[in-house]
Design a protein around this ligand. Sequence first.
Ligand code: SAH
Length: 375
Amino acid sequence: MGTTDLVAIRPPQHGLPKPDRPDLRSMDREELGQWVAESLPGPAFRATQIFEWLHRHRARSFDAMTNLGQAVRATLSRSASLGGLAVDTVQQSADGTRKLRLRTNDGHAIESVLIPNEGRGLTQCISSMVGCSLTCRFCATATLGFIRNLATWEIVDQVYEAQDMLERQATAEGAQWTPRITNVVFMGMGEPLHNYQQVRRALAILTDERGAGIAGRRITVSTAGLVPAIERFGREGLGHEVGLAISLNATTDEVRDRVMPINTRWNIARLLEAVRGLPSPKRRRVTFEYVLLDGVNDDPDDARRLGTLLRDTGGQLNVIPFNPHPGAPFARPDAERVKTFVRQCRRGGLDVTVRRPRGDDIAAACGQLALEGNE
Ligand code: SAH
């Protein structure tokens, strides 16, 4: 099998589990409005009330929607479903990072990581698939293969379950305040742009001021480089102001073909052309992620080439020292080598941030926990 055969060019076809009744949390406000207009006789503001119960108050049952009449709640229970993920395990790292393993109703494990950020809030890393449709060689999730896309409600519920957990913890500890999830990154399991429709809806819901109300500029969608979807993302202004991160991870096609087979379909030049073609406010917010793999892509020549490649993209470089996981044929460069690489990139004129390894003691590298849960 040639490398191109390994690249999922078309979106994966495995269907989502089909609920007998529509799941209301998989609808954005407009879709919910339509559904309510067709299914529930009554005033139009009812749709907004229900949306708020689902996404702002994180209601777990229709009975909890106390400002709706008995009859309305009974109709809702009969005609709609309200699913929930189950929190399987929570692990806390010495550095404050928390990792959640969540179970879907059909028994798959997905993971989500909570990382304290500079403010008092938390950044949550969420998943868009069970497994992944791509075959990046350094990624733990890739070893699972593609199992299925997540439904919209399964994407947003990761945030709601985590926020609920934080509230329960704060109450149990008698804390003065509950830490809030202020930022969301689609950097967990899966390729979000291969699950475009569900991710698009999840973004609309998370950024809705009647819902979770997370500002679009505090949300980042990370992609391995699905060029047509990047172009669509730019055209459609997917989720107001939402940022885009591109996993570049190499500076030559020869190396990128090897570590990210998607490059055999859309190479570095094509990928950067798509980024340059984004409308300028989006382009300014593009981040290039660069997983540093010892002896593979961390040479002074790589640093120099990065400067040339990224100069006119307006993008920021985020260097991520490789997170080792069992069986991975790569290693993390030592701290000195990381420092040298970053220094060289900066000398080349790039705006560089380095991601501090987080949650090392709880295996918070992409895909690791879920890997254990899906065996
Ligand atoms: N499919 C998307 C989002 C999931 S991966 C994408 O490729 O961007 C999120 C980020 O984690 C990517 O930048 C990826 O390169 C990085 N990553 C994956 N495995 C890693 C590992 N073992 N160590 C460090 N970063 C990793």
